[in-house]
Design a protein around this ligand. Structure first.
Ligand code: NAD
Ligand code: WQD
Length: 372
């Protein structure tokens, strides 16, 4: 199947592109590198001896997106591209609505005019707002507490309306819980710009010596040890969920929604302790005030995805932190710095082909994914 992946150079996108290539799909990535670099995809190509085709393009460039979708005629689209920092969305709501909502509209228009109507969308458990009804099931009432969350909510609603209006569309919204971890090679992983907003990358940067200590936001929640509880999910399990959703959509139309979580909660202190064991060193922390907007606890009911997609998360917290640590230890400052416009599209694609063919692997070099 030819799959167009928006935001495919990013954290979750790069792991999903790897799985798609490994499964033999023909993969086309579009990314503007606003929060990533082409290096993630060079490493993906080296890991699997296959190259995706890559376009550096912004979803807001509607003409270019139209042309790419028309020329490439993908069978399905996985749509990761978006801005994702909650705090930044409060400071810059218009950028978030423009990038996430308008970007998605441009993509949908392009898909519609090319006759490609299979879509898997990156939604988020953020659409459950401050719900305290646990575990969170797909039928829990949705709400938003910040502009980022509202972009996800609006997009989910838009997608449902689209599928209701035109029965040729097949759409899956996947509500991720807290994605963490990295590919077991330690070659690709999460590379946050600036101070990480999320717990796990922050802990990893403390463990590797880039930051002094973890600030634990609140020690007086009504939870197992007073700190916040979340459903952390390994990024490779998450990536596998996308392949299962693509498969599900192949012979169905309509709009569907699934939680992608483990169903298990871990507290902030449990995460810090697990990470310290994986890294073999202390991870210093201090308890500070609660972070405004945080709920005490949330975790998924993952049953719907298991029954309908045949998917469930396989990796536990220990493996998440071990893989995260391998990535962080091998790449303490993430991917090497590179100006986002260093190379044009032809050069980027040549680099990907080269990376795919230089890997020392017994698997056959197969670059068909890089051909139109
Ligand atoms: P990421 O920032 O690593 O990846 C997003 C990618 O999209 C980046 O490569 C970025 O350069 C690209 N991008 C952003 N805007 C674009 C645009 N207008 N045009 C083209 N490319 C653009 O983030 P991620 O963690 O991989 O998240 C992927 C998706 O999953 C996002 O939609 C995010 O909201 C959603 N999500 C993430 C989490 C999480 O905690 N990581 C949780 C729930 C949902
Ligand atoms: C986890 C726990 C914090 C940082 C966010 C978004 C959500 C989704 C995933 C995209 C909480 C505590 C954190 C730190 C801490 N993203 N914490 N010290 O808030 O569950 O979800 O990312 O869709 O929309 O809101 O994840 O990793 O920020 O926090 O103590 O430095 O860690 O209070 O209990 P969260 P997180």
């Amino acid at each position: 199947m030819r799959v167009l992946v928006t935001g495919g150079a990013g954290y979750i996108g790069s792991h999903t592109v790897l799985l798609l290539l490994e499964e033999g799909h023909d993969v086309v990535v579009v990314d503007n590198f606003s929060n990533s670099s082409p290096e993630s995809l060079r490493r993906v190509a080296a890991l699997c001896s296959r190259a995706p085709r890559l376009y550096r393009v912004d979803l807001l460039e509607s003409e270019k997106i139209n042309q790419i979708v028309r020329d490439l005629a993908p069978d399905a689209v996985i749509h990761f591209a978006g801005l994702k920092a909650v705090g930044e969305s409060v400071a810059k709501p218009l950028s978030y609505y423009r990038n996430n909502v308008t970007g998605t509209l441009n993509l949908l228009d392009a898909m519609e005019s090319a006759g490609c109507r299979n879509l898997v969308f990156s939604s988020s458990a953020t659409v459950y707002g401050e719900s305290t009804e646990l575990p969170l099931v797909e039928t829990t009432q949705r709400s938003a507490t910040n502009p980022y969350g509202r972009t996800k909510l609006h997009i989910e609603e838009m997608l449902e309306e689209l599928a209701a209006a035109d029965e040729r569309w097949s759409i899956a919204a996947l509500r991720y819980f807290n994605p963490v971890g990295a590919h077991e090679s330690g070659r690709i992983g999460e590379d946050p710009q600036g101070i990480p907003n999320n717990l796990m990358p922050y802990v990893a940067q403390v463990a590797v010596g880039r930051r002094e200590q973890v600030n634990v936001f609140g020690g007086d929640y009504p939870t197992v040890d007073g700190t916040g509880v979340r459903d952390y999910i390994h990024v490779l399990d998450l990536a596998a969920g996308h392949l299962a959703a693509l498969d599900y959509l192949t012979d169905r139309t309509g709009s569907f929604v699934w939680n992608l979580g483990t169903g298990e909660g871990s507290s902030v202190l449990e995460v810090i302790q697990a990470f310290a064991r994986a890294a073999g060193k202390d991870v210093p922390y201090q308890i500070v005030d609660r972070r405004p907007g945080d709920v005490a606890e949330n975790y998924a009911d993952p049953v719907k995805a298991r029954l309908e997609l045949g998917w469930k998360a396989e990796r536990g917290l220990e493996q998440m932190v071990q893989d995260m640590w391998r990535w962080q230890e091998n790449n303490p400052y993430g991917f090497p710095e590179e100006a986002s416009d260093s190379y044009d599209n032809d050069e980027l694609n040549e680099q990907l082909l080269k990376a795919a063919s230089t890997v020392q692997s017994s698997s056959k070099p197969n670059n068909e994914g890089n051909q139109k």
